[in-house]
Design a protein around this ligand. Structure first.
Ligand SMILES: [Zn+2]
Length: 292
């Protein structure tokens, strides 16, 4: 203990001498014979005013008293899981997943799923009302795509379509998850419903579509006249059919014939032509337990 104290005392003395040397007009003196820099790094415990992650450096060379701050490494933020990872028939409970918070929520190509979450309270700034909808809103580009999709679908198939659900806020998303769980059980909710912050609907870029004249989504929309037409032509309007049978374990959600996502024409066309999910495009396919 005593030896430590003595060493510390000597260290502080040395430091004091160095500082005095520097502050006593040493510029006018002859430079040191050696050009090799000698550095004394002040340990953190001797310098409790030093900001975290920085080291006060004193050198014997004149005018080279400096603060060296390491380059900050960008660290992703996460939403921590509420409990141990829990799977139901190949569908994981999103609340048991440590989700990375995306740093580009306004990017129309952003990936949001059980593993990639929106920043808390994110709301798109360019939501606009959509025609042929149940008072739904979408981001401006997606809304324009919807209007054109409607017009062309009607012209090509002779049938209209309705936007059942576009943008949703946190509250609505929570309500829908809870309602689904209460009605059909937790396993069903984990297969079909997103929790707040993990839904593409909160991006204002997702569209749940049903044939005109229907009040709600239908399981086999992609087998109806209008649904088939959108599956085959939606990419020309920037839409992808998001939850197809072949993508189920990549995306983490069961089949949804009615759910389309706006990603822009270029990416939508690429994914359509290459039969690729958005997860596969980013190399972020879900890993299910039996693949581990
Ligand atoms: Zn949807």
């Amino acid at each position: 203990m005593r030896r430590t104290t003595n060493r510390t005392f000597k260290f502080i003395s040395l430091l004091t001498i160095s500082v005095m040397f520097i502050s006593s007009g040493c510029q006018s003196q002859e430079p040191p014979e050696t050009t090799e820099e000698t550095r004394i790094v002040v340990p953190m415990e001797l310098s409790d005013k030093t900001p975290e992650g920085t080291f006060a450096v004193v050198t014997t060379e004149p005018d080279i008293t400096e603060l060296v701050t390491p380059e900050p490494t960008p660290t992703p933020e996460y939403i921590e899981p509420e409990f141990d990872e829990t799977w139901y028939n190949g569908f994981v409970d999103p609340r048991s997943i440590r989700a990375q918070i995306v740093d580009n929520p306004n990017d129309i190509t952003v990936l949001v799923n059980k593993y990639y979450a929106l920043p808390e309270d994110y709301v798109p700034e360019d939501l606009v009302p959509c025609s042929h909808s149940f008072d739904q809103q979408l981001r401006a580009d997606a809304a324009a795509a919807w209007e054109q999709l409607y017009t062309d679908c009607l012209a090509e198939t002779g049938e209209g379509i309705t936007l059942v659900s576009g943008y949703r806020d946190n509250w609505t998303q929570q309500y829908l998850f809870d309602r689904s769980r209460d009605k059909n059980g937790l396993a069903f909710a984990c297969k079909k419903n997103a929790i707040p912050g993990r839904s593409e609907h909160q991006l204002g870029l997702a569209m749940d579509i049903t044939p005109a004249g229907h009040d709600n989504i239908m399981d086999f929309f992609d087998e109806t006249t209008t649904g088939k037409w959108i599956c085959e032509n939606g990419h020309k309007y920037g839409l992808i059919h998001r939850y197809k049978e072949e993508y189920v374990y990549e995306t983490g959600y069961g089949v949804e014939g009615w759910h389309f996502r706006y990603v822009g024409v270029d990416l939508a066309t690429y994914l359509y032509e290459n039969h690729m999910s958005l997860e596969a495009y980013y190399g972020k396919q879900q890993v299910v337990p039996w693949d581990e």
